[in-house]
Design a protein around this ligand. Structure first.
Ligand code: BG6
Length: 504
């Protein structure tokens, strides 16, 4: 049964910022075209820039792809948008916001249901919730009050704990929605369905049958215009601590009792609690960091990371991380997990690869060209979303030659099914009060606790190398040494292309 979306006002702080234009407004428009928005909805943009409602609508329109056939639709959508200039960092101005919300609510007959989206720099994560609370805008007596925040949720364990403490001074945990847009990806959610709805996978999803698990999140882009932010962050904070850890949670968790926010989030937390800590002394051997250097990709000369704008010329910030770790529990005892992520790699691909153990006896060993079959299940998160299973098959003809073949499913085969974008899906969930796909505070802290010794070791011990890798390659060569038996999979854009033919 479809859940109901109650009438509400969505307040976007930082409405003149990049995220609002690039992600939020297009996601809301997408929900509008799918008729998923409540009829009674106001989206109130808030930021310092002086703008009228009409001016805000005009500005936001530029970011919607306008084709002649949808002009009317866009106009109808824009009518939901309103704007309030406000110095968000100045708590004395919040009464203005409060009275604007009251007026809007009266005009549009919307009850006091408010969602606050903090699409602002993180230094405002303290003052905005506090200022809202000071004028009673956190009070859920006459309608829900929910707060959505974007990462970074702190920059280390200590600041993450402080942030959570501060948020919880003004809002209860069940009013807090911490966005991790990876959880909004349809293919990430499908990992739960693959695992828990198929009788053939779950029984073998453990150390008895799985040899190792590999997670790759590769990007072709560099830091683009985000050098200033990224140079203080690096791949560990930017990707591993949040998105990749959440993927680990989804692959490794125990079946939840029900598909509900707390049931699922409890299981993810348990995975994080079972991670075998990597001590500062082990960092050099378990975690490899790299930074892209100038190189030629085709005919183009591509900048190295240190030449990017906003980046320190001597920067030791990692744009690549590969690591090996273990989950110490019954299911995963002894199974190595490998994670790899980086910028300026040859392909934009995110996928999870389950490598199964070989058969106990290689009956066809002496005739095979390639050794025993390495069964793999590839869960492709993006692009060419789908699933691929590699199995051995007899090559027709005399004898018993075995070849590995692919069985693959691609989401685009479901041509008439609408695949929501991550932001669209997550916004709708929050509107319906469903926090399942949002990160919970305790899990965020646990993930920080896990990566903190790695960050400490890198900061304190300059002996730990940061390897250069030419832009456009799969990272430093030493990464191969992490995987003791076997190699990384080198994925292509197309899920089923590998080996001889690879389009990047
Ligand atoms: C963001 C990171 O959270 O995720 C970016 O800050 C990264 O650096 C992005 O590029 C990757 O997201 P996606 O959806 O393109 O894989």
């Amino acid at each position: 049964m479809m859940k109901q979306t109650e009438p509400h006002i969505l307040v976007i702080f930082g409405a003149s910022g990049d995220l609002t234009k690039r992600k939020l407004i297009p996601a809301l428009y997408e929900l509008h075209t799918q008729q998923l928005l409540p009829e009674k909805l106001a989206v109130l943009g808030v930021s310092r820039t002086e703008l009228s409602d009409a001016g805000f609508r005009e500005k936001m329109k530029e970011f919607l792809s306008i084709q002649p056939h949808n002009e009317k639709d866009i106009e109808a959508f824009l009518e939901h948008l309103y704007y309030q200039p406000l110095s968000t960092a100045d708590s004395s101005e919040y009464p203005i916001l409060k009275s604007r919300l009251e007026t809007l609510g009266k005009e549009l007959s919307i009850p006091e249901n408010y969602i606050y989206y903090l699409s602002t720099p993180p230094n405002l994560y303290q003052i905005i919730p506090q200022s809202l609370a000071e004028v009673g805008l956190n009070d859920a007596k006459n309608g829900f009050k929910r707060l959505i925040i974007e990462k970074p949720f702190g920059t280390d364990l200590k600041s993450a704990q402080e942030l959570n403490k501060n948020l919880r001074n003004y809002f209860d945990e069940d009013q807090l929605y911490r966005i991790d847009h990876y959880l909004g990806k349809e293919t990430v959610q499908n990992m739960l369905v693959t695992r828990f709805s198929n009788g053939i996978f779950e029984p073998i999803w453990n150390h008895n049958f799985i040899h190792h698990i590999e997670i790759t999140s590769a990007e072709t882009l560099g830091v683009e215009d985000r050098g200033g932010y990224y140079d203080h962050s690096g791949a560990m904070r930017d990707m591993v601590q949040n998105h990749l850890m959440q993927l680990v949670g989804m692959v490794a968790m125990e079946p939840p009792v029900v598909i509900e926010a707390d049931a699922i989030r409890n299981e993810i937390l348990k995975v994080f609690q079972s991670l075998r800590p990597i001590s500062e002394a082990e960092v050099a051997s378990h975690v490899i960091r790299g930074q892209y250097t100038q190189s030629h990709i085709g005919k183009e000369l591509v900048k190295g990371y240190r030449e990017e704008s906003g980046v320190d010329r001597q920067s030791r910030t990692e744009t690549f991380v590969a690591m090996k770790f273990f989950i110490d529990n019954f299911r995963w005892a002894g199974v190595p997990f490998y994670i790899r992520t980086g910028k300026k790699l040859p392909a934009r691909v995110t996928e999870v690869v389950i490598h199964f153990k070989n058969t106990p006896h290689h009956l066809f060993g002496n005739q095979a060209d390639t050794g025993p079959v390495n069964n793999q299940l590839v869960l492709r998160i993006q692009p060419d979303e789908g699933i691929l299973l590699k199995i051995g098959m007899k090559v027709p003809g005399a004898g018993f030659r075995v070849q590995t073949v692919n069985m693959d499913f691609h989401y685009d085969q479901l041509s008439d099914v609408y695949l929501p974008t991550a932001y669209g899906r997550l916004l709708l969930d929050c509107m319906q009060g469903d926090a399942t796909l949002y990160a919970r505070g305790d899990a965020v802290e646990k993930a920080w606790e896990y990566v903190q010794p790695i960050l400490n070791a890198w900061k304190n011990n300059h002996e730990i190398p940061i390897y250069g890798y030419p832009a456009g390659t799969w990272g430093p060569d030493v990464v191969d040494e992490l995987v003791e038996s076997g190699t990384w999979r080198y994925p292509c854009k197309n899920l089923a292309h590998d080996g001889e033919y690879c389009e990047l």
